[in-house]
Design a protein around this ligand. Structure first.
Ligand code: IPE
Ligand code: IPE
Ligand code: MG
Length: 248
């Protein structure tokens, strides 16, 4: 059997902020002739493993797309599962989460999710608020267009009340009003499952992020896959519109 080496990711700087579109749970289950919910369960456990791994290797921020503003269009049974199952499951691990180093935040619309899930969201944020390790941001009922629209409303209101002038609207001001205002700039976006699209995720924040697409389905995305994505990122040259840095 051929043993493929894990890519070396520690001789170059790591991305500070990684985002992942967790995609492919349904297809993963279908391949096993199981219901889609089986894939979501496996996907949730995989998120736990990848978050712990990111924390261990020193990634500062991990932002994941867990449920989009468009995912409400799925069959009731699936939406219902996604809104209720994590509450039951995560509650079993609250003590472990509290003892861990990982800080958990949620971004997205908070008005539509069921109250038991909202209660859990608030509890997770509260019990991990002073944690100093990985900052895991879970995008729940999140849509980038919704986020930009909300930021626009806040800014329009400030103009209306005469707090700022139209000329004072800058990219920096818009950024300060996005849900991601406290996060570092996005370095690397990973999408699993082979889809080559963004599906309304972090449209503004992706401006200069490096993109990495893999055919691997989210429940199969493991340590080696993460290292491959990071290693690919480390080989890119980020110019931000400037020129390549000359070696002296
Ligand atoms: C991602 O997996 C999880 C969510 C969007 C909630 P999918 O459920 O989209 O899985 P596929 O893409 O149908 O395989
Ligand atoms: C994007 O995946 C949303 C999440 C991963 C939460 P989808 O499976 O919903 O995206 P599309 O429908 O393939 O674009
Ligand atoms: Mg999908």
């Amino acid at each position: 059997m051929m043993i493929r080496k894990m890519p070396d990711i520690f001789s170059k700087p790591l991305p500070e902020h990684i985002a992942i579109i967790l995609d492919g749970n349904g297809r993963w289950a279908k391949k096993r002739m199981m219901p889609r919910t089986f894939g979501h369960r496996k996907g949730a456990y995989n998120l736990k493993d990848i978050a712990i791994l990111c924390d261990e290797i020193g990634i500062k921020e991990l932002t994941v797309f867990a449920f989009s503003t468009e995912n409400w269009n799925r069959p009731d049974e699936e939406v219902n599962f996604l809104m209720t199952e994590p509450v039951k499951e995560i509650r079993k691990y609250l003590d472990k989460i509290k003892e861990s180093n990982i800080k958990i935040s949620f971004i997205g619309r908070r008005t539509k999710i069921p109250k038991e899930l909202l209660q859990l969201v608030l509890e997770l944020e509260e019990i991990t608020s002073d944690h100093k390790g990985l900052h895991l941001t879970i995008c729940l009922d999140y849509g980038s267009r919704y986020e930009i629209c909300e930021a626009t409303k806040i800014i329009a209101e400030e103009v209306n009340r005469g707090k700022i002038s139209v000329e004072e609207i800058t990219p920096e001001l818009i950024e300060k009003n996005l849900f991601t205002k406290d996060l570092k700039p996005l370095d690397l976006l990973i999408r699993t499952s082979g889809e080559l699209r963004i599906s309304n995720f972090l449209l503004w924040q992706l401006g200069y992020a490096e993109l990495y697409f893999t055919k691997t389905l989210w429940p199969d995305f493991n340590k080696k896959e993460l290292y491959k994505a990071i290693s690919s990122f480390q080989q890119r040259e980020r110019r931000h519109g400037g020129l390549k840095e000359e070696k002296k």
